[in-house]
Design a binder for this molecule. Sequence first.
Ligand code: CAA
Length: 241
Amino acid sequence: MARVALVTGGSRGIGAAVSVALKEAGHQVAANYAGNDQAAKEFSDRTGIPVFKWSVSDFEACQAGVAKVEAELGPVDILVNNAGITRDTSFSKMTIEQWREVMATNLDSLFYMSKCVFDGMKKRSFGRIITIGSINGQKGQFGQTNYAAAKAGASGFTKALALEGARSNITVNVVAPGYIATDMVKAVPQEVLNTKVLPLIPVGRLGEPEEVARAVVFLAGEDAGFVTGSTLSVNGGQYMI
Ligand code: CAA
């Protein structure tokens, strides 16, 4: 069944692949983005997916943005919380701003965005909330106390909200990617990537955004209603829990 899907950070990287895969699965997709107008325009021109600009770290902006999406496309049945940033640095050097920026974009946003759609999902007795977590929220990562905390927080948020949504046919899950070939991973110094990351990936390569998108499409499906509160790892065998 065709549903309205909203993907945050949906015009680049993993989010773009998720937006396209959900569209190919027959859904009407809205892609949110925060900053890069040119990339968003190119993405929209290329895919025909409408883009909507707001910051997911601002609750009022989320409310206004979701209202606009719903006015244009209809009620959101599938929310993919994908927007995320890194501010990597060792803990001793990390500033309060670097901590707060990552918590606001990667964790506060889950509350803001889910808050905007959850009650509507409840009324309609259907919903899918899928959050892009990270291997680094599962195992920790040098230089990412902020990011790992936010991504681990996503897991707790998901399990709690899954309990609250269960009776209304709302599933809430995490897809936890490992190292995927996106701008975020390309920002890791090449030497660190070669010596500290790639050797730890059993399949011997970075993942592709489309490989993460397939997991999201599965969880968004009508037939995934018994999968809730779970974390689906897509990490090439790098970390198994
Ligand atoms: N393990 C152990 N030691 C490390 C290390 C590591 N991974 N990285 C750095 N160190 C060491 C350094 O060699 C250095 O040692 P010395 O003092 O003896 O020279 C010490 O720690 C401090 O290093 P720096 O002063 O260089 O630390 P920094 O504050 O500049 O931070 C860093 C360096 C930014 C953490 C850099 O190592 C880095 O980018 N690491 C990769 C982090 C990473 O994997 N991020 C994931 C991004 S992708 C993503 O987030 C998507 C996803 O979900 C998977």
